[in-house]
Design a protein around this ligand. Structure first.
Ligand SMILES: NC(=O)c1ccc[n+]([C@@H]2O[C@H](COP(=O)([O-])OP(=O)(O)OC[C@H]3O[C@@H](n4cnc5c(N)ncnc54)[C@H](O)[C@@H]3O)[C@@H](O)[C@H]2O)c1
Length: 399
């Protein structure tokens, strides 16, 4: 679709299939006008925008602009995970119902993965299932969370403890919104993309290298390529695995160590800790070292991990604030426990035998990893920079 009207950019449209669900994913540059047209076609009686205070401040005009003549309501909250709580969920639902929401209303997430997850859960509960539209404004949301049906809030016990699977009616991404993203948030989603390349689509690695070499990760052409590649990689493993409990588990590559590193770093440094994507990137290095020590991943494959991680601007070692012992303690509670036969000294891990080729156990892309193996890999990553870690490998390989 081509247009010269302001706010009507060239659009790309893909159909996302996840299990029995299918929905359009439409993306482009400067395409708010097209998004407004898409929302108007839903013939809603109320558009319920779910956003956060930062987006509200940056883009105060957007909900009214996208709503046109359809009445709209804006539900906002201070940024961060405190939004993904039962308190915020019930308060937003109450406000929507008091404002006259009906079965014809549409919940519209406008923001990152946090408002996206909350809006998804709200839509699934409202009248036992209202229509949901995602307008993701972070790379994590656009390239990762909206390509999953998982919707969740946190509980005092842990992250994403209460949730459901729910499909949107449509997803619209205008890459222009990424223009205001802090660089750390921009890179965060791209690290998940690097994970997808290493674990699922090594054939996309030359494209990712070209994007990195281009030097401008926020350029519309680079973002379009990354969106296309993310959609292809993620749907390849979720098409027949709605609940991400079989082939889709490969999306957890880097997450067992990565989540634990993220949590430890946030305990130590608060909001200055690693972004989710950067922590996953370091988690992939840990997984790569475990595979290498088992004789599965080659030296070149480990070096490829370092090349992509550092190319995306992530420092390839554990932050000084994070000790291997702390990571081991947190990783022991990883949510993939229970997938494999219980072994008190082993954690289910996604490990690669080669890029794009996960090691399998009982038909799942998981293998048990002992605490000793994980500790050894964490110590290599804790010590190393890209050069020293690669030098270590070469030394061990006798080169
Ligand atoms: N359902 C899934 O499968 C899935 C997958 C990945 C992540 N998630 C969830 O997503 C959340 C993380 O997502 P996130 O990183 O997008 O977090 P987020 O929504 O908190 O956004 C991160 C920060 O970026 C700001 N921001 C958003 N868009 C902006 C823009 N265009 N310009 C400037 N600032 C902007 C936000 O205000 C916030 O401060 C987590 O809660 C995670 O559990 C879910």
């Amino acid at each position: 679709m081509n247009s010269t009207r302001p706010g009507h950019g060239r659009l790309h449209s893909r159909t996302i299939r996840i299990g029995d669900s299918a929905f359009p994913y439409v993306f482009g540059d400067d395409c708010a006008g097209e998004i407004a047209d898409g929302l108007a076609q839903l013939n809603a009686d109320l558009l319920i925008f779910v956003t956060d205070d930062r987006l509200r401040e940056l883009y105060p005009e957007v909900p009214a602009r996208l709503s046109g003549r359809t009445p709209h309501l804006v539900l906002t909250h201070p940024v961060g995970e405190s939004m993904k709580t039962m308190t915020c969920l019930t308060s937003h639902l109450d406000t929507a119902l008091r404002a006259g929401a009906t079965r014809r209303s549409v919940v519209v997430s406008f923001g990152g993965g946090v408002p996206g997850n909350l809006a998804g859960l709200m839509a699934s509960l409202l009248f036992r299932g209202a229509r949901l539209v995602h307008i993701p404004t972070t790379t994590i949301a656009a390239m990762d969370s909206v390509l999953s049906l998982k919707q969740a809030i946190n509980t005092p016990v842990g992250k994403n403890g209460l949730g459901t699977y729910y499909a949107p009616t449509a997803v619209y991404t205008d890459v222009r919104f990424f223009g205001t993203l802090p660089v750390r948030e921009l890179r965060s989603g791209l690290c998940e993309m690097a994970k997808n390349c290493l674990a699922i689509r090594p054939d996309a690695i030359p494209g990712l290298r070209a994007v990195i070499a281009g030097g401008d990760l926020a350029a519309p052409a680079a973002l379009h390529w990354l969106l296309e590649a993310s959609i292809t990689a993620k749907t390849e493993v979720t098409r027949d695995d709605t609940y991400e409990r079989r082939r889709g588990l490969v999306l957890e590559y880097g997450h067992t160590a990565g989540h634990a590193i993220e949590l430890c770093d946030h305990r130590a440094r608060g909001a200055a800790g690693l972004s989710h994507g950067a922590a996953i990137a370091v988690g992939m290095l840990v997984a790569a070292h475990i595979s290498h020590a088992r004789g599965w991943l080659s030296d070149d494959a480990v070096s490829l991990h370092y090349e992509l991680v550092t190319g995306l601007g992530v420092e390839p070692y554990l932050p000084r604030t994070v000790r291997p012992e702390d990571v081991l303690r947190v990783a022991a509670d990883d949510n993939k426990r229970g997938y494999l036969d219980p072994d008190p000294d082993a954690l289910p891990f996604v490990l690669l035998r080669a890029p794009g080729r996960p090691a399998m156990t009982e038909g799942l892309p998981l293998v048990p990893v002992s605490t000793a193996e994980l500790r050894a890999a964490l110590e290599v990553v804790a010590r190393g920079s890209a050069e020293t870690a690669t030098a270590n490998i070469h030394q061990r390989a006798g080169r």
